[in-house]
Design a binder for this molecule. Structure first.
Ligand code: NAD
Length: 261
């Protein structure tokens, strides 16, 4: 329970990796603010479940990560209730798979806004209170696509390379403030985000579902296994420990060897 009395805000945490971060940080005693879209009853079940399972406060914000004013209001509300956001996890993300010359302009704009710009908006809003406390952890979910590319994912690869650069820059700016800033770069993790891109990849490459899983997704991953959301969340928890206080400005791969190849 080393995070008792700390507050974590995790964007995009109504499912997948984000929800696993929220539960893992709450398991160490942190109060959490979860965020994201989905069925209202299912979200309320997850929120209440965190409070029951871990005896912490869990709040939900419906802020849209495409909207800077909603992001600022989410941070202000969290700070009003908890004093400061000690752990900021920028995780919200979407994907779209299409050749660049057919890529819908509004999809490009959405991916850059949610996967990259929202981390700027949350960080600039949360940093003053973190600095005042002299302690903070900012953890961004990057991707193996922060290091390497795959065809048909131009917006996503651009946003994830951008997140790696943003992580380095903020880390340098707050290096003497007791705040570390890192990104985690998972390979393929079995979540709704991956499941949803299978039909588009089938279409773009003219493949069956099994071929997409084995010959496209896991082709890149030498372990031939999906990363689990629990493994990603455990790394985020480690980054919050004192043992990790000298790790800053990095993008840490957890990709089954993908980017070693
Ligand atoms: P997911 O679809 O399960 O979760 C995405 C979350 O973001 C959901 O809670 C969703 O409601 C939320 N979200 C989407 N648009 C939003 C918006 N406009 N405002 C607020 N919230 C919004 O996906 P996931 O796989 O858990 O992805 C989480 C992060 O991990 C993303 O940044 C993704 O790029 C990254 N990632 C995923 C994988 C993978 O293989 N699944 C690999 C590497 C990186």
């Amino acid at each position: 329970m080393f995070l008792k009395d700390r507050t974590a805000l995790i964007t995009g945490s109504t499912s997948g990796i984000g929800l696993a971060y929220a539960r893992a940080l709450a398991a160490e005693g942190a109060n959490v603010v979860i965020n994201g879209f989905g069925d209202a009853d299912a979200i309320e079940k997850e929120r209440a479940g965190i409070e029951v399972d871990f005896k912490v406060k869990a709040r939900y914000s419906a802020a849209n990560m495409m909207k800077p004013d909603e992001i600022a209001a989410m941070v202000a509300e969290a700070e009003k209730e908890f004093g400061a956001i000690d752990i900021l996890v920028n995780n919200a993300g979407i994907q779209h798979v299409a050749p660049v010359d057919e890529f819908p302009i509004e999809k490009w704009d959405q991916i850059i806004a949610i996967n990259l710009s929202s981390a700027f908006h949350t960080t600039r809003a949360a940093l003053p209170k973190m600095k005042a406390k002299g302690w903070g952890r900012i953890i961004n979910t990057a991707s193996a696509h922060a290091f390497v590319a795959s065809p048909f994912k131009s917006a996503y690869v651009s946003a994830k390379h951008g997140i790696a650069g943003f992580t380095k820059t903020v880390a340098l700016e707050v290096a003497t403030n007791g705040i570390t800033v890192n990104a985690i770069a998972p390979g393929y993790v079995w979540t709704p985000l991956v499941e949803k891109q299978i039909p588009d990849t089938m279409k773009a490459r003219n493949l069956t579902k099994e071929q997409v899983i084995n010959d496209v997704l896991l082709l890149a991953q030498p372990t031939k296994e999906f990363v689990t959301v629990e493994q990603v969340a455990a790394l985020a928890v480690f980054l919050c420990t004192d043992a990790a206080k000298s790790i800053t400005g990095t993008t840490l791969p957890m990709d089954g060897g993908w980017t070693a190849a």
